[in-house]
Design a protein around this ligand. Sequence first.
Ligand code: GLY
Ligand code: MN
Ligand code: MN
Length: 437
Amino acid sequence: MIDIQTKTELLDRRNKLLAQMEPNSIALFFASPEVKRSNDTHYPYRQDSDFWYFTFFAEPEALLAIIKQQDGQGRYILFNRKKDPLAETWTGYRLGQQEALTKILVDEAYLFDDIESVLPNLINGKKAIYYADQLYDYADEIIKKAINTLRQGARFKLSAPSTVIDWRPIVHEMRMFKSEYEMALLRKACEISAQAHIRAMQKCQANWYEYQLEAEILHEFAWHGARWPSYNTIVGGGNNGCILHYENNSDTLKDGDLVLIDAGCEYHYYAGDITRTFPINGKFSQAQLEIYNIVLTAQCTAIKLLKPGTSISLVNQKIIRIMVEGLVKLGIMQGDVETLITNKAYLAFYMHGLGHWLGIDVHDVGSDRDRILAPGMVLTVEPGLYINKDADVLECYKGIGIRIEDNILVTESGNEILTSTVPKQPQEIELLMQKNR
Ligand code: GLY
Ligand code: MN
Ligand code: MN
């Protein structure tokens, strides 16, 4: 049996979807397929985010059908893998159809292998079908076959739906607003991610390889039950911190350089996404501190401003000004602040967005940064400045890449910082690092 909170959450999500569906319609959600890593080994299985949202079921080869009947009532049907003692001896437990009824809360469960014969009957006579195409080839194939079966069966009184509706706009709008249940998981994901960054600051040593610092991060994640990162961990020493999606993590960490760590865990399907940048030897140089403080001011200002009624884009404009003014003061940018902003000259040093929505996916649903923020949204706040080794600036600023990233929950009155336990004030970072030297 599933616990009462989980059951309530699941039913609540399904009811919200049902309320937006046409009467006499069917919505289909497919599980993600396994992905081969090499020969006969696979990447660790990760369920499709939308399928997970409506099932909490982590097996491949599965389909959830949500039917809204003519009378408005919901009917839930799962296709899943067959119980198979031999296969289960090799690769582990399979839920099977009987248990699915009580664990996944469905009215009926069929063998995934029987999908070709059963699915057309479920779709037959429905006015509309809700389906997200081009997510998985195997799913498109199944749907195409089922619809063809219905079209070709007109003489047997079979009929295909006249309307196909993409469920993504509906479901993704739902996912933007986190329930209490989701907030609890996000808080935990952020807490573990924060703990991992603290560990990295405590353990960091000059001459380590970047991957050794990565190992400390992953250790902390896994130890707390978050076995996988929510994206590939970035540990970039020195100029590598200027490579936005640096993942090699294979260079040595040099005394006197900064290291940028962008790392977050996935905890029960919810993502943390934190970046901190700190001195490898535990002490910021003057030049590092100058750039760091610009980014820190921009980041703290952004956090203050991000609240209901504004948007990520509007706040980004404000902090771009802070960063351009800071860079002009240091002589890294030259000219009139207004003109530099209008001409987007800052793109040479700040070439990504201020943040993104966070949830079941690290880059979660929600792509419109002009969208007005509202309570229940969870976002990252991650300005950065990247002064490449080849930039035409004073020697002391070359190879400094700094990003500071926190995760916030938008509330009625402002926001709650979910990642506040990792230090970001330079003195706090230095103190934490000194304690362990
Ligand atoms: N770690 C990916 C990002 O910050 O967007
Ligand atoms: Mn990040
Ligand atoms: Mn991010």
